[in-house]
Design a protein around this ligand. Structure first.
Ligand code: GRE
Ligand code: ZN
Length: 327
């Protein structure tokens, strides 16, 4: 399929590059490093070959979210967003951008988002899970009341918020102790991100701002497989026994406020499950380059046994509509 749009596609700046090194053997890292720093050379050629017309680029992980000093986090976010705007400026028909946000300081994050959307023409924000504040063992999740004004800005600007994975805090890693392979994309990324998304639902955020759209990668970070059961127990007959603030069953918010992408999860039965659960209007193609290979994503997606209309919707149309693109 030609004309695909992809939206979990990463780059890095010198200040954040090292965050991705841990996931690769040294010889592979040399290649990934080069690919993270490139936007318009190898990446663009491979997009042409893969039938990806347009990619929305975002910073690598955890990057800004793991900078404990809020001032420095805001500085590096500004550098990343400015660099990205400059790098894609000659190819407005091929690249869009997600803002990196210093959510250690909700006001600074709201300001940066506003600037990126209104001045730099960005498509939304991509945030790598919770933010460390002041030290490596503090996690700020965005379900907290102090983030309500930030979400007000997201709602007002009416742009999607991509909740991208990061690893859990060291102190939360007991279950994976001595099994380091469970960290990162193999398992922990999804659990951490899924929990954060459920926290947003339970906080009642989507009752206050019903137009907020959260995007989850990796075909739903495990939530889609369990949402009925989560909803069944967390929303027990509206009795609210567990401090849930959300007014409706969890599954309603999942269906109305979430989009899922295929990033790094190239499995047809999982995509079909996503289509069945959330609807083919809310599933979007993505690759997760350069952490995954665009060619593998595309070969899988283009040949996956789903309806032709679904290929069009998931490969292009849904993103076109969600981001109000004019390419
Ligand atoms: C990602 O961005 O999703 C990612 C990483 C590092 C390793 C694998 C991966 O940031 O999918
Ligand atoms: Zn990613």
């Amino acid at each position: 399929m030609k004309g695909k749009i992809a939206l979990e596609e990463h780059f890095a700046i010198e200040e954040t590059l090292a965050d991705s090194e841990q996931f690769f053997m040294p010889d592979v890292w040399r290649t990934k490093r080069r690919q993270l720093l490139d936007i318009t050379d190898e990446r663009l050629r491979r997009m042409d070959d893969a039938g990806i017309e347009y990619a929305i680029i975002s910073l690598n992980a955890p990057a800004i979210q793991a900078i404990p000093d809020p001032k420095r986090a805001a500085e590096v976010a500004k550098i990343a967003n400015g660099t990205l705007a400059e790098l894609i400026s000659k190819h407005p028909d091929r690249f869009g951008a997600f803002a990196a946000l210093p959510l250690q300081d909700p006001e600074a994050a709201a300001r940066e988002l506003n600037y990126c959307i209104t001045e730099l023409n960005f498509c939304g924000a991509l945030v790598n899970g919770f933010s460390n504040l002041n030290d490596d063992e503090t996690a700020k999740y965005y379900c907290a009341d102090e983030y309500l004004d930030f979400w007000g800005e997201v709602s007002k600007l009416d742009v999607p918020f991509y909740l991208h994975p990061r690893n859990p805090l060291l102190s939360q890693q007991f279950g994976i102790k001595d099994h380091p392979w469970l960290m990162g994309p193999a398992w922990s990324f999804s659990v951490e991100t899924g929990v954060h998304a459920l926290r947003l639902i339970g906080s009642g955020l989507f009752d206050k701002y019903p137009n907020i759209n959260i995007i989850l990668g990796h075909l739903g970070e495990l939530i889609q497989n369990n949402i009925w059961r989560t909803s069944h127990w967390a929303s027990v007959n509206g009795r609210n026994p567990l401090g849930v603030k959300a007014k409706k069953p969890f599954i309603d918010y999942f269906h109305n406020n979430f989009y899922l992408t295929t990033s790094g999860n190239f499995r047809t039965i999982t995509m079909r499950n996503a289509i069945d659960e959330i609807g083919s209007d809310r599933v979007l193609f993505s690759s997760d380059y350069p952490f995954e290979e665009m060619e593998e994503a595309v070969k899988w997606f283009d040949n996956a046994e789903i309806g032709r209309n679904d290929h069009e919707k998931i490969g292009r149309h849904n993103a076109y509509k969600l981001f109000k693109l004019k390419i």
